[in-house]
Design a protein around this ligand. Structure first.
Ligand SMILES: *[C@@H]1O[C@H](CO)[C@@H](O)[C@H](O)[C@H]1NC(C)=O
Length: 440
């Protein structure tokens, strides 16, 4: 993806920078470099600046707080803190320093030389170099080791805070179990971990981004359909082109920016709202929230209960279903959802009712066949008496792949115009087929 520079190249850059750095005497406040080498350190007020002056790294103190933290921010927008090192372990004063320990790990020390944060690389580095890149990634490597090893030993992009920068991944490593997710700040002025997380969800089949609050789902973007997360407003655009990868070893999501003067961040704010914040540097230094998720009541997870579709402020039972508690339903309490008017008995003549432009249900119990056609999918679902619905899993081209649901259908909503068309086929008893209205 072109974002991780080869280390050989970096080393060349680093050597040049270092030689300049050695000639220029250190004058105090600004290190005027993107590199931190062995035997050097940064204290409050000193910073590293990436080579094109985009990002800055140093200690900061949030408004209304006396604590200090090591962090990274945009040089043109110092309030936009994109990464925090010691968010679990704030410094009580401004006496912290960033330096290397005896085995070459990056450490933040307090005034008593206590370690409040460490990069926790397990090996020993002979000649450690830390560099702040123009991507916002703070990377650690060993200038001593031969350049055949091309990975960073540690990088801040693997330890996200509450924000994704372009090229930074939400990730689930299926081999090691390593998971990279976003965790909100506790409040606007407190970077310590808050109540909401944004993560890739490894359910059976395809995967989705979920925001959780104490292990309960708050919002769900819906599964990746080859173009976007089906229920999220993040569609490909110059400030953010979403990239989703699933292989046998890794599931990951990131975005890329397509225009040089655009800067975008995907921030999970302390209220648990995912925002795409964008600034156009050729025009201003003001960040605009291009997208917010959730954006309306239908984005609240499971608002309509089972087997119902959220539409504006109302819920509608899927055809063939009726409210479980009509009394609650009439006072607009939809949480108990809908049940079948006529139970399925897997008899001949059962078929499917087609619902267009819908956010597909949560994948609580699903099976995915990645290369199956829609017709095969229909046959397969029909033959399995417990299959309640099916849909195409990848809508690109003519569509490919088969998702089959078992059990209740949870968290569906009507999609707005402009979303990529997604159709759900819901199993119906023979006698229900042919009715053309929601049984509301
Ligand atoms: C809605 O109905 C559920 C039971 O289905 C009940 O537990 C809940 O308290 C009701 N909510 C309101 C706001 O009345």
């Amino acid at each position: 993806m072109g974002l991780e520079l080869k280390r050989g190249h970096l080393q060349t850059m680093a050597k040049i920078t270092l030689s300049i750095f050695i000639i220029v005497p250190m004058t105090g406040l600004s290190l005027a470099t993107d590199i931190l080498g062995v035997n050097s350190s940064i204290s409050y007020g000193e910073t590293l600046v990436s080579s094109n002056l985009i990002f800055e790294l140093g200690f900061f103190t949030p408004h209304n707080s006396s604590m200090s933290y090591l962090g990274i921010w945009y040089k043109f927008s110092p309030n936009m803190i994109v990464w925090v090192a010691n968010r679990n372990n704030p410094l009580a004063d401004r006496g912290g320093i960033l330096t290397f320990n005896s085995v070459g790990n990056l450490v933040v020390l307090n005034q008593l030389n206590g370690v409040v944060w460490s990069s926790e690389w397990s090996g020993v580095l002979q000649n450690p170099i830390a560099q702040l890149l123009d991507t916002g990634n703070f990377v650690l490597w060993d200038n001593f080791v031969s350049s055949s090893d091309e990975t960073y030993l540690w990088q801040s992009f693997n330890y996200s805070s509450d924000m994704l920068l372009a090229g930074m991944k939400l990730m689930l490593n299926l081999k090691t179990g390593f998971e990279q997710r976003l965790t909100t700040w506790k409040s606007m002025d407190d970077p310590s971990p808050g109540d909401y997380v944004l993560e890739l969800n490894n359910t059976q089949g395809l995967y989705e981004v979920v925001q959780g609050h104490v292990n309960s789902k708050k919002n769900r973007t819906g599964q990746w359909n080859g173009v976007q997360f089906v229920g999220s407003p993040i569609v490909p655009s110059p400030p953010a082109v979403p990239v989703f990868v699933y292989t046998e070893s890794e599931i990951s999501f990131m975005f890329e920016v397509q225009e040089r003067q655009l800067f975008s961040v995907a921030k999970l704010n302390y209220l648990g709202v995912l925002q795409l914040l964008v600034v156009n540097r050729s025009r201003s230094a003001t960040w605009n929230a291009m997208i917010e998720f959730p954006s309306d009541p239908c984005d609240i997870y499971g608002r309509c209960g089972a087997n119902a579709i959220c539409n504006g402020s109302l819920c509608e039972c899927v055809i063939g279903f009726m409210p479980k508690s009509p009394d609650e339903w009439t006072v607009l309490n939809f949480s108990s959802g809908c049940k079948r008017t006529i139970p399925l008995n897997c008899s001949k003549g059962e078929g499917f009712w087609e619902i267009e432009n819908v956010k597909l249900p949560d994948q609580l119990e699903v099976t995915l066949y990645r290369s199956m056609s829609l017709d095969e999918c229909k046959d397969k679902c029909l033959k399995n008496c417990s299959c309640t619905a099916y849909a195409i899993s990848d809508i690109r081209g003519r569509g490919i792949g088969c998702l089959m649901w078992f059990g209740d259908l949870i968290d569906m909503r009507v999609l707005e115009e402009g979303n990529h068309v997604q159709t759900l086929y819901v199993r119906q008893s023979a006698s229900k087929l042919g009715i053309h209205a929601y049984a509301n």
